[in-house]
Design a binder for this molecule. Structure first.
Ligand code: TRP
Length: 351
C-alpha cells in the first residue's frame, strides 16, 4: 500500500469512529483472532477492550475465531482446540456477550468458505504476491509459500463480506487485508451484479496505539518467554515484569525512540491505569527501574483482576464454552447462508 492509501484509510477510520459514536445502530462490526495461543496484554490493551466498547455502544457485532488461518504459515494445527476455547474464555470474561455478539469459528461456517470461490476469480496472482502482510508472514515462516498463505487475504475478505460488516477494527498490519476486501466488494458488484451493491465496502477501524512489546523490548515472543498472558497469575506477572529489561539511566522518561524498553513499561502501565505515560514518568522521576516495575505489576494485576477471576471460572467449563461457540456458529451460518443465496442469485446460479 502506498502512503496515500494508508492516509486515506486512516481518514476513513476517523470518520467511521465518529459515525459509530453518533449512530451505532447503523453499523456492523466484524473482527477476529487466530487461535494460536493464549491472548496477552497487547491484545487486551489494543483490541479486546475496544471490541467490547463497540459492542456496548450498540453496534451489531461478529467476532471470528480464525481457525483456518492457523494453517496459513505453520505445519500443523497445534493445540487448536485449547487455543480456541482459551480465546473464547477471554472474550466472554471481558464482556463480549453472546446475545449481542456472534462469536464463531471459520471452519464451522461452510457458506462463508464457499464465498472464497467467486472472490478468487476477482484477483490476479500478481496482486496476491504484492500483499505486504503475506510477504512478511512468508519471510517469518521460513517455509515454502503455500496456496493458502498466498490466498488467505481473499479468505479474510470473505470473513468480512459474508456478514456485510462495515466496521473492521484491526491493527495497521491488517490494512492490506481490509483494502483487499474493499477491492473485492467493488469488483464483485461491478462484474457479477451489474453494479448493484451486493457488498458494501468495509472500513478498517485502525488502532493507532503504541505497540506493546515483550519484556525484552522486542516484538513479543512466546518461544523467548517474553509475553504476559491474560491467563498468567499475579505472581507469574510479577516475576516476568521483574525480569524486564530496562536501561541504566538514572531518570525515568518516556522516550519511545531512544528508550524503547522503559517506554514499553510506561505504555503498559498507562494502558491499565488510563493515565498518560509522560505523567507516570514524571511522577517516578529519579526512581530506579524497580519503582517503575512495581508500578507496572500493580497496574496489570489490578487492571486484570476482574477479567482473570471471570476467565478462570469460564475456562473451567469447557462444555459450556463449546455450547456458546455452537450457538454462534449457527447464527453465523444463517447469515452466511443468506449472503451466499444472494450471490448465487446475482450470478444466475440459483438452480
Ligand atoms: N488476520 C487476523 C490476525 O491475524 C485475524 C482475522 C481473520 C481477522 N479474519 C479477520 C481480523 C477478519 C479482522 C477481520 O490477527
Amino acid at each position: 500500500m502506498t502512503s496515500t492509501t494508508v492516509e486515506a484509510a486512516i481518514a476513513r477510520s476517523r470518520e467511521k469512529a465518529a459515525s459509530i459514536e453518533h449512530e451505532p445502530g447503523r453499523h456492523r462490526m466484524l473482527t477476529g483472532d487466530r487461535p494460536t495461543g493464549d491472548l496477552h496484554i497487547g491484545h487486551y490493551l489494543s483490541s479486546l477492550r475496544r471490541r467490547v466498547a463497540i459492542q456496548d455502544r450498540g453496534v451489531d457485532s461478529f467476532v471470528l475465531i480464525a481457525d483456518y488461518q492457523v494453517i496459513t504459515d505453520r505445519e500443523s494445527v497445534g493445540r487448536i482446540r485449547d487455543s480456541t476455547l482459551s480465546l473464547l474464555a477471554d472474550y466472554l470474561a471481558e464482556g463480549l456477550d453472546p446475545e449481542r455478539s456472534t462469536i464463531f469459528a471459520h471452519s464451522a461456517v461452510p457458506q462463508l468458505n464457499q464465498l472464497m470461490l467467486p472472490f478468487l476469480s476477482l484477483v490476479t496472482e500478481a496482486e496476491l504476491h504484492r500483499n505486504p502482510t503475506v510477504k512478511d508472514e512468508l519471510a517469518a515462516s521460513r517455509r515454502p509459500l503455500s496456496g493458502l498463505l498466498l490466498t488467505y487475504p481473499v479468505h479474510q475478505a470473505a470473513d468480512i463480506l459474508f456478514c456485510k460488516a462495515d466496521v473492521v477494527p484491526v491493527g495497521k498490519d491488517q490494512l492490506p487485508h481490509v483494502e483487499m476486501a474493499r477491492v473485492l466488494a467493488r469488483r464483485f458488484n461491478a462484474r457479477y451484479a451489474a453494479g448493484v451493491e451486493v457488498f458494501p465496502a468495509p472500513t478498517a477501524l485502525v488502532n493507532d496505539q503504541q505497540l506493546i512489546l515483550g519484556i525484552d523490548g522486542q516484538k513479543m515472543s512466546k518461544s523467548r518467554g517474553t509475553v504476559i498472558r491474560l491467563a498468567a497469575t499475579e505472581d507469574e506477572t510479577a516475576k516476568l515484569i521483574r525480569r524486564a529489561r530496562t536501561d541504566p539511566e538514572p531518570m525515568i522518561t518516556y522516550e519511545p525512540e531512544r528508550r524503547p524498553e522503559v517506554a514499553n513499561l510506561l505504555t503498559i502501565a498507562a494502558g491499565f491505569t488510563g493515565r498518560a505515560p509522560e505523567a507516570l514518568a514524571e511522577e517516578l522521576g529519579s526512581g530506579d527501574g524497580s519503582a517503575l516495575k512495581n508500578l507496572v505489576v500493580e497496574a496489570i494485576n489490578e487492571g486484570l483482576r476482574r477479567h482473570r477471576e471471570r476467565r478462570a471460572l469460564l475456562a473451567d467449563d469447557r462444555s459450556q464454552l463449546l455450547q456458546v461457540l455452537r450457538v454462534g456458529n449457527a447464527k453465523a451460518a444463517a447469515v452466511a447462508g443468506e449472503t451466499l443465496a444472494e450471490v448465487r442469485q446475482v450470478m444466475a446460479m440459483d438452480y
